[in-house]
Design a protein around this ligand. Structure first.
Ligand code: PLP
Length: 370
């Protein structure tokens, strides 16, 4: 059994994708070819944003808006410690200080109630609160109503980390469209993934859009040999854009399948394990289906039982970022973020992809319910 099955999906798109790839090979337009423009237009429409700026990874999709907004030394950027390292890494890369805020125990997303306190504390430490990066963990958008209100009150701008949530929605709005900008990832294992690295930024802000397009190509001005600012090589290549265009044609169907699979898991596992809670009005993209055991010991036993039955499972995230060696310099200690630390000790993710069969779900659940 696969944790994520990309091969079944590949068979569905193989013929049309090969045609597209052949077209690119014949045209020789490997960088910024017409597929990139077509993809950006389709993704912007899908998300409901004025602009989509494709780029080389989800990490660069987070980094580029921070560069565009001039975030740097002395600035505080708020996010959670219960996320993939890239969310905090980009804050450090631009020289700013990541300030962690604990997550809600049921949604695993940033807790708005704790945010206000963290902002006040950052000011007392002499930092300038500038931005907030909520993470839509495992595919579920964060609580943007409350986050927007707080962000306005404290004059922060929001960069949505939608790396895992492309396809998810809240209150009729698609993930990627929240905040000043939304950043997503097309890493192969993501709900919409390419065959390599890729990412995209969404924004309604015209000025930010043109800054991001410049930063994506070494801070280019009128052409790429006139450089107006410091940028990066952050382009998505034409072949990856072609993969994404083909996958987009079956994406909504795949999202429905993910939802059916999540419902099927939850129906069987509820009462035995803590299953994901999706609040009213939200839709998850189900990048992961993660459950909570009652203790670390029980998680280890269950994961071992799954392994014995040749069923893969994973832990996202085993160590909260504030306890990672790379963030020792921030001065956090065990106990600072009790919800994140508790989740790290009990959480584990089950196989999740649109082609998971009902018999496989039965098999997985029977091991967990034994
Ligand atoms: C929450 C989150 N943010 C950012 C990233 C970074 O994306 P990428 O791997 O495409 O650079 C990931 C990818 O794993 C992620 O899960």
């Amino acid at each position: 059994m696969q944790f994520i099955d990309l091969l079944t999906q590949k068979e569905r798109i193989r013929a049309t994708l090969l045609q597209r790839i052949e077209g690119i090979l014949d045209s020789g337009q490997f960088i910024m070819g017409p597929e990139v423009t077509e993809l950006e237009s389709k993704l912007a429409t899908y998300v409901g944003s004025r602009h989509c700026i494709s780029c080389s990874s989800g990490t660069d999709a987070l980094l580029m808006p921070l560069l565009a907004k001039g975030i740097g030394a002395g600035d505080a950027v708020f996010t959670t410690p219960f996320t993939f390292v890239a969310t905090a890494e980009v804050i450090s890369l631009v020289g700013a200080t990541p300030v962690f805020v604990d997550v809600c125990p049921d949604t695993f997303n940033i807790n708005p109630v704790l945010l206000a306190h963290a902002i006040d504390e950052a000011v007392q430490r002499g930092l300038k609160p500038k931005a907030l990066i909520p993470v839509d963990l495992f595919g579920l958008p964060a609580d943007y109503d409350r986050l927007d209100t707080l962000a306005k009150a404290y004059k922060l701008w929001i960069l949505e980390d939608a790396a895992q949530s492309f396809g998810g929605s809240y209150s009729g709005r698609r993930a990627g469209s929240f905040g000043l900008a939304g950043a997503t990832s097309f890493f192969p294992a993501k709900p919409l993934g390419c065959y390599g690295d890729g990412g995209a930024i969404f924004t309604d802000d015209d000025e930010l859009d043109s800054l991001l397009r410049s930063i994506r190509v070494h801070g280019s001005g009128v052409d790429k040999y006139s450089n107006d600012r410091i940028g990066i090589n952050g382009r998505l290549d034409s072949l990856q854009a072609a993969v994404l265009l083909e996958k987009l044609t079956i994406f909504d169907e795949e999202l429905d399948a993910r939802q059916r699979i999540a419902d099927s898991y939850s129906k069987r596992l509820e009462g035995r394990l803590v299953v994901p809670r999706i609040p009213a009005g939200y839709r998850s993209a189900w990048a992961q289906y993660s459950v909570l055991a009652s203790s670390m010991e029980e998680r280890d036993q269950l994961m071992q039982a799954l392994q014995k039955a040749a069923i893969p499972s994973m832990i996202y995230y085993k160590i909260s970022l504030h306890l990672q060696k790379a963030y020792n310099n921030l001065g956090y200690k065990a106990g600072d973020f009790p919800v994140s630390e508790d989740l790290s000790g009990r959480i584990f993710a089950l196989p999740m992809h649109p082609y998971l069969k009902e018999e496989e779900i039965d098999q997985i659940c029977s091991v967990l319910l034994a």
